[in-house]
Ligand binder design. Sequence first.
Ligand SMILES: Nc1ncnc2c1ncn2[C@@H]1O[C@H](COP(=O)(O)OP(=O)(O)OP(=O)(O)O)[C@@H](O)[C@H]1O
Ligand SMILES: [Mg+2]
Length: 250
Amino acid sequence: MISVRTLCKRHGDRSVLENVSAEVTRGETIAIVGPSGGGKSTLLRCLNYLESFDAGSVTIAGFELRPGMGARDAAKLRAMRSRVGMVFQQFNLFPHLSALDNITLAPRVVKGSASGKAETRALELLHKVGLRDRANAYPHELSGGQQQRVAIARALAQEPDVLLFDEPTSALDPEMRDDVMEVIRDLAKGGMTMLVVTHEMQFAHDIASRVWVIDKGTIAEDGPPSQVVDDPQTTVAREFFARLRSARRD
Ligand SMILES: Nc1ncnc2c1ncn2[C@@H]1O[C@H](COP(=O)(O)OP(=O)(O)OP(=O)(O)O)[C@@H](O)[C@H]1O
Ligand SMILES: [Mg+2]
């Protein structure tokens, strides 16, 4: 489903991703963890070309991405992004649209779905994320956790092959995180292919098929949670998990 080959990304003279190679098969959930500034968000953003890269290539949901894609490739990038959904830390809902309209916008405009059909599907998705009764609420009338669940429903409305999450629960109060994590957990059970940048280690442990520890622009460790989280082999992973555990105890 995703193949990353020797991906390199620079910002000026700083190398942010260095020869990253990885494969993700359909139905996997990858938890991405690691120290701040390591390149987690950058990698995710390169995967749907919100950021371009300098060398290497990415195949995702049947699309081939390479350096230097631009205006000529706009149609292809649009088609790719309708197969590859992204959910951000800060929800990014349209403030002037109701929950329902946030969800139906892309299917109506991008895919040309009839509005009745888009609406029926949106209501099903709102039900799935536990918000069927809030269809007409505007983002400012919803809690952070509810807004994030609308954002997930919006991503699902495109019927993506892959979902990318960048710290989906980091902006939320602890008591709101569980509902969002529950939705992601259900998606994992349902076989959605997902990459989730997260600091919630228990969550990563429970839902991930693999954990990637990203540090200094490389995947320092890659394996099942039972290996990477419980018995890390690299110093960076050992120190990272030890810091997380001691932060939790504070
Ligand atoms: N627009 C930019 N210009 C210059 N450097 C950038 C830019 N965006 C990111 N970087 C640098 O790239 C590196 C990786 O950043 P990235 O946001 O991918 O890290 P991260 O692993 O997601 O960190 P965090 O856990 O704090 O979110 C950092 O050193 C950052 O300073
Ligand atoms: Mg980040």
